[in-house]
Design a protein around this ligand. Structure first.
Ligand code: ZN
Length: 358
């Protein structure tokens, strides 16, 4: 159907519905305005102008022809008047749209492709992130899954289920940041041991990196927020030998195959027996220096066999399942790896410092 016929049809329908001639023009104006609002380029506006104001085939010309022809004599001056008025308003609207386009062009001139581009600095990963990714990839290769957990924890998950006696110094408010009674900022990533064991059945191998919080005064070696990685494995027939083999492999992958590890007896509420793993001091290569206090070794992480009480808390039978767990401070490992002597540098966001780690 030709445009003129379409207009004619639409108008007839409106007229039959009892619309006045003013309402007909107002409806035309609305349609035009909708189309104008959707026109965002010079090309759009040219098309719009041709469609509505074209001398021969424009929509206004078509209405003029049909209405004037059809209208009773006494309405003809009225229609002529409205026709002129709407034509003028369309012209004003199109001129305004063009002006706005011009202004936009001036504010955002088209790109001169011959100019050299602005230099953009390439970002660098934070040394902590690099360290986390490296540690996670070593354990992923051993079949460990990565999980994260809530930083706001309950007393139960942070202490009770992990076999902490209520008089343990870490439970004291001096160390723990309580939010309200029995709700706190986790002091370690170990609560995820419980959460994962509660929701899954062995065999389990998990690594849990994340932020932890302690009531500590910030200095070169302390920060009230720092990072840990918790790791644990639960299965049948897991022994302390599995623990040692896994962590020795990990330390050699992280620091190089020439380093040695040693295990010293220690104590943690949630492991039994417990140990600390030391690695060869990189400062002296094991010969003894000021950093390692002449021992040739540096403490690296805490570990142990998961205490039967912890297994019982998640309704595992300790006769059937055993497991080992370990926890290490990411910040300290990153500091040793990159020879950073102040933990605060990791948190100050100083771009000059961070830029060094590409
Ligand atoms: Zn040393």
């Amino acid at each position: 159907m030709a445009i003129e016929d379409q207009v004619q049809q639409a108008l007839s329908e409106l007229l039959e519905a009892g619309a006045t001639i003013e309402e007909l023009y107002s409806s035309l104006g609305d349609t035009f305005e909708r189309e104008r609002a959707a026109s965002g380029s010079y090309e759009d506006i040219k098309v719009l102008r041709d469609r509505w104001l074209g001398r021969k085939n424009g929509l206004l010309a078509a209405t003029n022809q049909h209405w004037l022809k059809k209208a009773p004599r006494e309405l003809k001056p009225k229609i002529g008047q409205l026709q002129n008025k709407i034509k003028q308003s369309f012209e004003v609207a199109l001129a305004k749209a063009l002006k706005e386009l011009d202004e936009r062009q001036l504010a955002h001139p088209p790109i001169d492709v011959t100019l050299p581009g602005p230099e953009r600095r390439i970002g660098a990963k934070h040394p902590l992130q690099v360290t986390v990714e490296e540690i996670c990839s070593i354990f992923s290769a051993l079949g460990f899954s990565i999980a994260e957990g809530p930083e706001i924890e309950t007393f139960y998950y942070n202490f009770e289920a992990l076999n902490f006696p209520s008089d343990h110094p870490a439970v004291d408010e001096m160390d723990t940041l309580f939010i309200e009674d029995k709700v706190l900022l986790r002091t370690h990533t170990s609560p995820m041991q419980i959460r994962i064991m509660e929701s899954q059945k062995p065999p389990l191998r998990y690594l849990v990196p994340g932020k932890v919080y302690r009531h500590d005064t910030a200095d070169a070696t302390h920060s009230p927020m720092f990072h840990q990685i918790e790791g644990f494995a639960v299965d049948k027939n897991i022994t302390f030998g599995d623990l040692k083999g896994t962590l020795d492999h990990f330390a050699k992958r992280l620091f190089g195959s020439s380093i040695k590890t040693r295990f010293r007896a220690s104590f943690f509420p949630f492991t039994e027996p417990s140990a600390e793993m030391d690695v060869t001091c990189q400062g002296c290569g094991g010969g003894g220096c000021r950093v390692c206090k002449q021992t040739g070794f540096i403490e690296m992480l805490g570990c142990g066999m998961i205490d039967p009480n912890v297994l019982k808390a998640v309704k595992y039978d300790p006769e059937q399942y055993q497991g080992f767990a370990f926890g290490l401070g990411i910040d300290r490992i990153a500091m040793r790896k990159y020879e950073i002597n102040d933990i605060q540098l990791l948190y100050q966001g100083d771009i000059r410092f961070l830029r060094q780690f590409r």
